[in-house]
Design a protein around this ligand. Sequence first.
Ligand code: NCD
Ligand code: ZN
Length: 345
Amino acid sequence: MTQSLTIRRPDDWHLHLRDGAMLQAVLPETARRFARAIIMPNLIPPVVTGAQAAAYRDRILAALPEGMSFEPLMTLYLTEDTDARDVAAAHASGLVKAVKLYPAGATTNSASGVQDFNKVRGVLEKMAEIGLPLCVHGEVTDADIDIFDREAVFIDRVLDPIRKATPGLRVVMEHITTANGADYVKAHEADLGATITAHHLIINRNHILVGGIKPHYYCLPVAKREDHRLALLAAATSGDARFFLGTDSAPHTDPNKESACGCAGCFTATNCMSLLAEMFERENALDKLEDFASLNGPAFYRLPVNEDTITLTKGAPVTYPEKIDTGDGPVTVFDPGFPLHWRVT
Ligand code: NCD
Ligand code: ZN
């Protein structure tokens, strides 16, 4: 018996496309499935101003193959020098859909991030006034905080104080990895959402560390214990409108991953919808996949849902390339460690 599922075309509310040859290679992997994506600004140098976001958007559109349609939703990288007027103008023109907060040093290319949150207060207040969401990489960077605790500590020490100090600020907790993150979202009705990746629904920290270190499962925030993975799975498959897909697909070449100091990031753009369908089916929640991947995100961002659809069909194990060739070197596609049966047809 063929099983199939038709849903509105999904969007990706957290994506790394990079630039140059890497952008050229990975963009079609996303555009094949997703109509739009929130584009992360952590290039070197970062995308800080409206003018830089406009130029990056042009480079993305120039890299899009003929016949594919895709809308990049641009973000600005918040620094202690960000100008609130520039942010407001980039939002008013329709170019920028969010501002991204990286605590300085939290992850790949985050050196220009925020150290002193008092210095960005004016920008955050302007964003609250105009309704522009703040996307937050929610990890503290203090050396004395264990890496597995950094998300939970961030919520208490940074996120909750920022939200209390800035009423009306709309916040997306990006790529949550803990029950603490899911619970914080559920406990606060207004102005708060969270993205969840496909890979954090699949791996826990054992997958990274047991039986030899697996660099392709290393990403930030790092996968946590199994009970946290189960909490994320419950949140994603619940239909709760505050949780939506942000793949955090983050390409790094194999030499940069398979290294004595390997880069953080999982590349899921190629097989993301197959990964999600498999996990939602296991939870008997295929009827919630459209909410998570196609409806909840636009609702939070106050954008229309996509009019076109995709169809997923269940059958023999899906084949997908083990690696994507890029001009910078091979990028390994996320391997869940089990066969996938749902393909986008
Ligand atoms: C991202 C990257 O490579 O840019 N890496 C990751 O592990 N997720 C940065 C980020 O989103 O933290
Ligand atoms: Zn990311």
